[in-house]
Design a protein around this ligand. Structure first.
Ligand code: AMP
Length: 361
């Protein structure tokens, strides 16, 4: 098959790399110059909604997918008239807007953060109770903690975020954050990875660990995953991010309609990576009820801070690590690569994570 991927970042790169048997040909669409996936697929450098490109993709490709959730929905709707698009444009439209996501969670009876729609300073002031803490978030284009503004009790509000459509969320006093990687195929087969525990720094994912300390919440998370997959008629990988409270309740925060940073460990750590699973799910199928087997693993993001060759050599000498380089130029807070550690010795994972963190500091 010929598959078009809208967005040619590291996620598209790892999707193509995950197709070990070269089952498919790939075209990647991205307005930037030399994005990571352009080394692996044919790159069309254009805006995502360029009419000629959409026509060319409908003529030449069998199906389309995304590595970036902010591809214009209308472009995907146009493509859908001619070829299969996974995830579908309605699912994309929901996941592009935090308000739509939260409404869907509520409609499906999924516990989520308390939220309010905010479109002016007046509506913000009316929603705030003096003794509570909140986060104001833009409804769209928020990622890695961007476009967010924290409001503590008594704060004088000073933000130009309010010029955009926003939602106001009550601050959750969480114990941890976990994500569930869900996969649904065109044949309605469904697969879940074990919950992954995530640590963030300044809103950016820093470390993901599997298994999490919340195995007892797996079946509840999967029930939520099933509801969301079915309600959106979703095909491909969908990732749900949750807060976990101290009384072990899951609170849905947001969804990513694509493969996700918290699933990168699956390349070395699981019997099928999230990237392979996504491509298989959208192009054919996944083995029915396939059990995900995995090794205890941890993924460390490499942000713009420089990790020296010496540190990488030391890590490789001492631990079973794999370094992934996205071949990107350095920029503040940019994800340049990641390191996955897989652990062969029982009970050794958390000790080794601490030691690896020390080396990376
Ligand atoms: P998000 O873009 O919604 O994933 O937010 C980025 C990070 O900010 C999350 O991973 C949390 O660490 C934090 N955060 C977001 N929303 C809330 C909330 N309602 N309460 C507490 N922390 C939050």
């Amino acid at each position: 098959m010929k598959i078009a991927i809208f967005g040619a970042g590291q996620l598209a790169m790892m999707m193509i790399q995950g197709d070990h048997a070269n089952h498919h040909d790939y075209v990647v669409i991205d307005p930037t110059t030399n994005p990571p996936a352009s080394r692996y697929g044919k790159h069309i450098q254009t805006e995502y909604d360029d009419e000629d490109t959409l026509k060319r993709i409908s003529d030449e490709c069998d199906l389309a997918t995304i590595d970036f959730e902010n591809v214009p929905v209308e472009a995907m709707r146009e493509l859908e008239k001619h070829i299969c698009v996974h995830p579908n444009s309605n699912a994309l439209e929901i996941c592009q807007d935090r308000l739509n996501e939260k409404k869907l969670f509520s409609d499906l009876g999924i516990r989520t953060t308390m939220f309010d729609k905010i479109n002016s300073l007046d509506s913000l002031n009316n929603s705030i109770e003096d003794h509570k803490s909140y986060i104001l978030k833009s409804r769209r284009f928020g990622y890695d903690g961007k476009n967010q503004y924290r409001i503590n009790p008594g704060d004088r509000i000073k933000t130009n975020l309010i010029s955009q459509e926003c939602i106001l969320e009550e601050l959750v006093d969480f114990e941890s954050e976990v994500s569930l990687i869900c996969v649904r195929s065109i044949k309605d087969e469904v697969l879940f990875y074990p919950l992954v525990e995530n640590k963030h720094n300044d809103g950016i994912l820093s470390i993901s660990v599997c298994p999490s300390n919340y195995n007892d919440l797996q079946s509840e998370a999967e029930k939520i995953g099933n509801k969301l997959l079915v309600s959106m008629n979703y095909v491909g990988v969908l990732v749900i991010e949750f807060f976990v409270t101290s009384d072990r309740k899951l609170i849905a925060n947001e969804m990513a309609p694509r493969v996700h940073n918290s699933g990168h460990w699956t390349i070395e750590g699981a019997n099928i990576s999230q990237f392979q699973a996504h491509i298989n799910a959208i192009s054919g199928g996944i083995e029915k009820n396939q059990i995900i087997s995995y090794k205890p693993s941890a993924m460390f993001n490499i942000l713009s801070e420089f990790v020296t060759e010496d540190k990488l050599c030391l890590l490789k000498e001492k631990y079973n690590v794999h370094v992934h380089d996205y071949h990107k130029s350095e920029r503040m807070g940019r994800k340049l690569g990641h390191i996955t550690y897989t652990c062969d010795k029982d009970g050794q994972l958390s000790e080794d994570i601490s030691a690896i963190k020390k080396i990376l500091q």
